[in-house]
Design a protein around this ligand. Structure first.
Ligand SMILES: NC(=O)c1ccc[n+]([C@@H]2O[C@H](COP(=O)([O-])OP(=O)(O)OC[C@H]3O[C@@H](n4cnc5c(N)ncnc54)[C@H](OP(=O)(O)O)[C@@H]3O)[C@@H](O)[C@H]2O)c1
Length: 270
Protein backbone atom coordinates (compact mmCIF):
# COMPACT_ATOMS: atom_id res chain seq x y z
CA UNK A 1 0.00 0.00 0.00
CA UNK A 2 1.30 3.47 -0.83
CA UNK A 3 1.03 5.39 2.44
CA UNK A 4 1.08 8.71 0.54
CA UNK A 5 3.76 10.15 2.78
CA UNK A 6 6.26 11.20 0.13
CA UNK A 7 5.41 14.92 0.43
CA UNK A 8 5.42 14.97 4.23
CA UNK A 9 7.88 16.53 6.67
CA UNK A 10 8.16 14.98 10.13
CA UNK A 11 9.63 15.83 13.53
CA UNK A 12 10.48 12.72 15.54
CA UNK A 13 11.63 13.30 19.12
CA UNK A 14 13.83 10.97 21.16
CA UNK A 15 15.22 9.38 18.03
CA UNK A 16 18.94 8.73 18.50
CA UNK A 17 18.03 5.08 19.18
CA UNK A 18 15.16 2.68 19.76
CA UNK A 19 11.56 3.24 18.75
CA UNK A 20 11.97 6.89 17.69
CA UNK A 21 14.86 6.05 15.37
CA UNK A 22 12.94 3.08 13.95
CA UNK A 23 9.98 5.34 13.10
CA UNK A 24 12.37 7.84 11.47
CA UNK A 25 13.80 5.01 9.34
CA UNK A 26 10.37 3.88 8.18
CA UNK A 27 9.27 7.44 7.40
CA UNK A 28 12.43 7.96 5.33
CA UNK A 29 11.72 4.73 3.46
CA UNK A 30 8.28 6.15 2.64
CA UNK A 31 9.95 9.23 1.14
CA UNK A 32 9.34 11.67 4.03
CA UNK A 33 11.78 14.33 5.11
CA UNK A 34 12.55 13.80 8.78
CA UNK A 35 14.06 15.82 11.64
CA UNK A 36 15.20 13.77 14.62
CA UNK A 37 16.24 15.04 18.04
CA UNK A 38 17.88 13.80 21.21
CA UNK A 39 19.79 15.34 24.13
CA UNK A 40 23.18 14.27 22.85
CA UNK A 41 24.75 15.79 19.71
CA UNK A 42 27.09 12.86 19.07
CA UNK A 43 24.38 10.23 19.43
CA UNK A 44 21.84 12.07 17.31
CA UNK A 45 24.44 12.78 14.58
CA UNK A 46 25.45 9.10 14.59
CA UNK A 47 21.76 8.19 14.24
CA UNK A 48 21.49 10.49 11.22
CA UNK A 49 24.46 8.78 9.54
CA UNK A 50 22.98 5.37 10.36
CA UNK A 51 19.63 6.40 8.85
CA UNK A 52 21.31 7.60 5.66
CA UNK A 53 23.16 4.30 5.27
CA UNK A 54 20.10 2.20 6.18
CA UNK A 55 17.69 3.93 3.80
CA UNK A 56 19.96 5.40 1.13
CA UNK A 57 17.99 8.64 1.50
CA UNK A 58 19.14 12.04 0.25
CA UNK A 59 21.23 13.51 3.14
CA UNK A 60 19.10 16.67 2.89
CA UNK A 61 16.04 14.60 3.83
CA UNK A 62 17.31 13.89 7.34
CA UNK A 63 18.20 16.52 9.91
CA UNK A 64 19.72 15.88 13.36
CA UNK A 65 18.93 18.33 16.17
CA UNK A 66 20.17 18.48 19.74
CA UNK A 67 17.22 19.14 22.04
CA UNK A 68 16.11 18.01 25.48
CA UNK A 69 12.34 17.69 25.25
CA UNK A 70 11.96 18.63 28.94
CA UNK A 71 13.34 22.11 28.09
CA UNK A 72 10.73 24.29 26.40
CA UNK A 73 13.30 26.54 24.72
CA UNK A 74 15.06 23.51 23.19
CA UNK A 75 11.78 22.20 21.82
CA UNK A 76 10.82 25.57 20.39
CA UNK A 77 14.20 26.01 18.66
CA UNK A 78 14.25 22.44 17.27
CA UNK A 79 10.71 22.50 15.90
CA UNK A 80 11.31 25.91 14.30
CA UNK A 81 14.61 24.71 12.75
CA UNK A 82 12.90 21.64 11.28
CA UNK A 83 10.03 23.69 9.89
CA UNK A 84 12.43 26.26 8.40
CA UNK A 85 14.51 23.50 6.78
CA UNK A 86 11.56 21.63 5.29
CA UNK A 87 9.24 24.57 4.58
CA UNK A 88 6.67 23.42 7.16
CA UNK A 89 5.76 20.35 9.18
CA UNK A 90 3.07 17.69 8.72
CA UNK A 91 3.88 15.09 11.34
CA UNK A 92 4.94 15.13 14.99
CA UNK A 93 6.03 12.07 16.96
CA UNK A 94 6.36 12.81 20.69
CA UNK A 95 8.81 10.53 22.46
CA UNK A 96 11.56 10.47 25.11
CA UNK A 97 13.27 7.95 27.33
CA UNK A 98 11.36 6.00 29.95
CA UNK A 99 11.43 6.71 33.71
CA UNK A 100 13.20 4.45 36.22
CA UNK A 101 11.61 1.44 37.90
CA UNK A 102 10.59 1.49 41.58
CA UNK A 103 7.80 0.83 44.06
CA UNK A 104 6.07 3.52 46.15
CA UNK A 105 8.69 3.50 48.95
CA UNK A 106 11.64 3.61 46.53
CA UNK A 107 10.62 6.82 44.79
CA UNK A 108 11.25 10.38 45.98
CA UNK A 109 9.01 13.32 45.07
CA UNK A 110 11.81 14.48 42.76
CA UNK A 111 11.55 11.13 40.94
CA UNK A 112 7.82 11.76 40.46
CA UNK A 113 8.33 15.32 39.22
CA UNK A 114 11.07 14.25 36.82
CA UNK A 115 8.97 11.44 35.35
CA UNK A 116 5.97 13.72 34.84
CA UNK A 117 8.25 16.29 33.17
CA UNK A 118 9.92 13.65 30.97
CA UNK A 119 6.86 11.79 29.73
CA UNK A 120 3.79 14.03 30.24
CA UNK A 121 4.84 17.69 30.26
CA UNK A 122 7.26 17.16 27.34
CA UNK A 123 4.40 15.72 25.25
CA UNK A 124 2.30 18.79 25.96
CA UNK A 125 5.22 21.13 25.18
CA UNK A 126 5.99 19.42 21.86
CA UNK A 127 2.34 19.36 20.81
CA UNK A 128 1.72 23.01 21.70
CA UNK A 129 4.90 24.02 19.86
CA UNK A 130 4.22 22.02 16.71
CA UNK A 131 0.50 22.85 16.46
CA UNK A 132 0.81 26.17 14.61
CA UNK A 133 2.94 24.40 11.97
CA UNK A 134 0.51 21.48 11.67
CA UNK A 135 -2.50 23.82 11.51
CA UNK A 136 -0.80 25.70 8.69
CA UNK A 137 -0.19 22.43 6.81
CA UNK A 138 -3.78 21.26 7.32
CA UNK A 139 -5.21 24.64 6.29
CA UNK A 140 -3.35 24.37 2.98
CA UNK A 141 -4.91 20.95 2.34
CA UNK A 142 -1.91 18.84 3.44
CA UNK A 143 -2.02 15.93 5.83
CA UNK A 144 -1.26 16.70 9.50
CA UNK A 145 -0.96 14.27 12.37
CA UNK A 146 0.44 13.85 15.88
CA UNK A 147 1.46 10.47 17.27
CA UNK A 148 2.40 10.14 20.96
CA UNK A 149 4.47 7.16 22.08
CA UNK A 150 3.29 5.98 25.50
CA UNK A 151 3.38 2.39 26.83
CA UNK A 152 1.22 -0.65 27.44
CA UNK A 153 1.47 0.52 31.07
CA UNK A 154 -1.17 3.14 30.22
CA UNK A 155 -3.72 0.33 29.73
CA UNK A 156 -2.37 -2.27 32.10
CA UNK A 157 -0.14 -0.91 34.88
CA UNK A 158 3.20 -2.72 35.24
CA UNK A 159 4.00 -3.46 38.94
CA UNK A 160 7.57 -2.12 38.91
CA UNK A 161 6.82 0.89 36.72
CA UNK A 162 4.78 3.25 38.93
CA UNK A 163 6.24 6.34 37.29
CA UNK A 164 5.43 5.17 33.78
CA UNK A 165 1.95 3.93 34.78
CA UNK A 166 1.02 7.40 36.05
CA UNK A 167 2.71 9.65 33.49
CA UNK A 168 1.43 7.65 30.48
CA UNK A 169 -2.15 7.74 31.74
CA UNK A 170 -1.84 11.54 31.72
CA UNK A 171 -0.68 11.47 28.09
CA UNK A 172 -3.71 9.36 27.15
CA UNK A 173 -5.99 12.05 28.67
CA UNK A 174 -4.12 14.82 26.89
CA UNK A 175 -4.20 13.02 23.54
CA UNK A 176 -7.92 12.33 23.66
CA UNK A 177 -8.67 15.95 24.65
CA UNK A 178 -6.44 17.33 21.90
CA UNK A 179 -7.90 15.05 19.24
CA UNK A 180 -11.37 16.49 20.02
CA UNK A 181 -10.16 20.06 19.76
CA UNK A 182 -7.99 19.92 16.64
CA UNK A 183 -10.09 17.45 14.66
CA UNK A 184 -12.00 20.39 13.20
CA UNK A 185 -8.69 21.78 11.92
CA UNK A 186 -8.06 18.52 10.06
CA UNK A 187 -5.35 17.21 12.42
CA UNK A 188 -5.39 13.62 13.71
CA UNK A 189 -4.00 12.81 17.17
CA UNK A 190 -3.33 9.26 18.31
CA UNK A 191 -1.23 7.36 20.81
CA UNK A 192 0.73 4.16 20.26
CA UNK A 193 1.42 1.89 23.22
CA UNK A 194 4.48 -0.34 22.81
CA UNK A 195 4.65 -3.61 24.65
CA UNK A 196 7.99 -5.29 25.29
CA UNK A 197 10.10 -4.36 22.26
CA UNK A 198 13.84 -5.02 21.85
CA UNK A 199 15.62 -1.66 22.36
CA UNK A 200 18.23 -0.13 24.71
CA UNK A 201 15.40 0.82 27.07
CA UNK A 202 14.35 -2.81 27.44
CA UNK A 203 17.96 -3.84 28.14
CA UNK A 204 18.24 -1.17 30.87
CA UNK A 205 14.94 -2.31 32.37
CA UNK A 206 16.06 -5.94 32.56
CA UNK A 207 19.39 -4.87 34.13
CA UNK A 208 17.62 -2.76 36.71
CA UNK A 209 15.17 -5.57 37.59
CA UNK A 210 18.10 -8.01 37.76
CA UNK A 211 19.79 -5.71 40.33
CA UNK A 212 16.63 -5.22 42.39
CA UNK A 213 15.28 -8.78 42.36
CA UNK A 214 18.31 -11.02 41.68
CA UNK A 215 16.35 -12.71 38.85
CA UNK A 216 18.54 -13.47 35.81
CA UNK A 217 18.17 -11.27 32.72
CA UNK A 218 17.28 -14.36 30.64
CA UNK A 219 14.45 -15.21 33.06
CA UNK A 220 13.19 -11.62 33.07
CA UNK A 221 13.09 -11.54 29.26
CA UNK A 222 11.46 -14.97 29.11
CA UNK A 223 8.77 -13.70 31.50
CA UNK A 224 8.06 -10.70 29.26
CA UNK A 225 7.83 -12.92 26.20
CA UNK A 226 5.52 -15.33 28.01
CA UNK A 227 3.19 -12.47 29.02
CA UNK A 228 2.24 -11.85 25.38
CA UNK A 229 -0.17 -13.95 23.35
CA UNK A 230 2.55 -14.38 20.68
CA UNK A 231 5.09 -15.54 23.32
CA UNK A 232 7.88 -13.28 22.13
CA UNK A 233 9.33 -9.79 22.43
CA UNK A 234 8.56 -7.40 19.56
CA UNK A 235 10.94 -5.78 17.09
CA UNK A 236 11.48 -2.10 16.38
CA UNK A 237 10.43 -2.69 12.76
CA UNK A 238 7.05 -4.12 13.76
CA UNK A 239 6.43 -1.13 15.99
CA UNK A 240 7.57 1.39 13.35
CA UNK A 241 5.30 -0.11 10.69
CA UNK A 242 2.20 0.40 12.85
CA UNK A 243 3.32 3.90 13.85
CA UNK A 244 3.98 4.95 10.26
CA UNK A 245 0.56 3.77 9.15
CA UNK A 246 -1.12 5.78 11.95
CA UNK A 247 0.82 8.87 10.89
CA UNK A 248 -0.12 8.50 7.24
CA UNK A 249 -3.04 9.92 5.23
CA UNK A 250 -4.18 6.28 4.87
CA UNK A 251 -5.18 6.49 8.56
CA UNK A 252 -6.91 9.81 7.90
CA UNK A 253 -10.21 8.82 9.59
CA UNK A 254 -8.50 7.45 12.71
CA UNK A 255 -8.13 9.92 15.56
CA UNK A 256 -8.26 9.75 19.36
CA UNK A 257 -7.29 6.08 19.43
CA UNK A 258 -4.76 4.27 21.60
CA UNK A 259 -3.17 1.51 19.52
CA UNK A 260 -1.45 -1.20 21.53
CA UNK A 261 1.46 -2.90 19.69
CA UNK A 262 2.33 -5.56 22.23
CA UNK A 263 1.88 -9.06 20.73
CA UNK A 264 -1.23 -9.47 22.88
CA UNK A 265 0.24 -8.66 26.30
CA UNK A 266 -2.68 -6.45 27.41
CA UNK A 267 -5.52 -8.75 28.45
CA UNK A 268 -8.50 -6.37 28.42
CA UNK A 269 -11.31 -6.83 25.88
CA UNK A 270 -11.11 -3.28 24.50
N1 LIG B 1 11.09 -0.66 24.29
C1 LIG B 1 10.06 -1.06 24.99
O1 LIG B 1 9.87 -2.27 25.22
C2 LIG B 1 9.06 -0.06 25.52
C3 LIG B 1 7.88 -0.54 26.08
C4 LIG B 1 6.95 0.37 26.58
C5 LIG B 1 7.22 1.72 26.53
N2 LIG B 1 8.38 2.16 25.98
C6 LIG B 1 8.62 3.61 25.98
O2 LIG B 1 8.79 4.08 24.65
C7 LIG B 1 9.71 5.19 24.66
C8 LIG B 1 10.86 4.88 23.70
O3 LIG B 1 11.45 3.67 24.14
P1 LIG B 1 12.80 3.07 23.55
O4 LIG B 1 12.76 1.63 23.91
O5 LIG B 1 12.99 3.50 22.16
O6 LIG B 1 13.86 3.83 24.51
P2 LIG B 1 15.42 4.10 24.26
O7 LIG B 1 16.03 3.05 23.41
O8 LIG B 1 15.95 4.34 25.63
O9 LIG B 1 15.42 5.47 23.43
C9 LIG B 1 15.01 6.66 24.02
C10 LIG B 1 15.40 7.81 23.10
O10 LIG B 1 14.96 9.03 23.67
C11 LIG B 1 16.05 9.96 23.75
N3 LIG B 1 15.80 10.78 24.92
C12 LIG B 1 15.77 10.40 26.21
N4 LIG B 1 15.46 11.43 26.99
C13 LIG B 1 15.31 12.52 26.18
C14 LIG B 1 15.02 13.89 26.40
N5 LIG B 1 14.79 14.37 27.62
N6 LIG B 1 14.96 14.70 25.33
C15 LIG B 1 15.18 14.23 24.07
N7 LIG B 1 15.46 12.95 23.81
C16 LIG B 1 15.53 12.09 24.85
C17 LIG B 1 17.30 9.09 23.81
O11 LIG B 1 18.41 9.74 23.24
P3 LIG B 1 19.58 10.51 24.04
O12 LIG B 1 19.99 9.64 25.17
O13 LIG B 1 20.62 10.64 22.97
O14 LIG B 1 18.98 11.81 24.48
C18 LIG B 1 16.89 7.95 22.89
O15 LIG B 1 17.12 8.32 21.55
C19 LIG B 1 10.20 5.35 26.11
O16 LIG B 1 9.43 6.34 26.75
C20 LIG B 1 9.90 3.98 26.71
O17 LIG B 1 9.72 4.01 28.10
C21 LIG B 1 9.31 1.31 25.47
Amino acid sequence: MDLRLSEAAAFVAGASSGLGRAIARQLLREGCRVAICSRNTERVSAARQWLISETGCDPDAIMALTADVTIEEDVRAAVQAASDQFGGLNLLVTNAGGPPTGQIDDLSMDDWREAIELNLVSTITMSRTALPHLRKAAASGSHASILMITSLSAKQPVPSLYLSNVARAGVQGFSKSLSEEVGADGITVNTILPGYTKTDRLRHLSESLNERTGKSIADIEAGWAASSALKRIGTEDEFAAAATFLLSPRAGFITGVALVVDGGAVKSLL
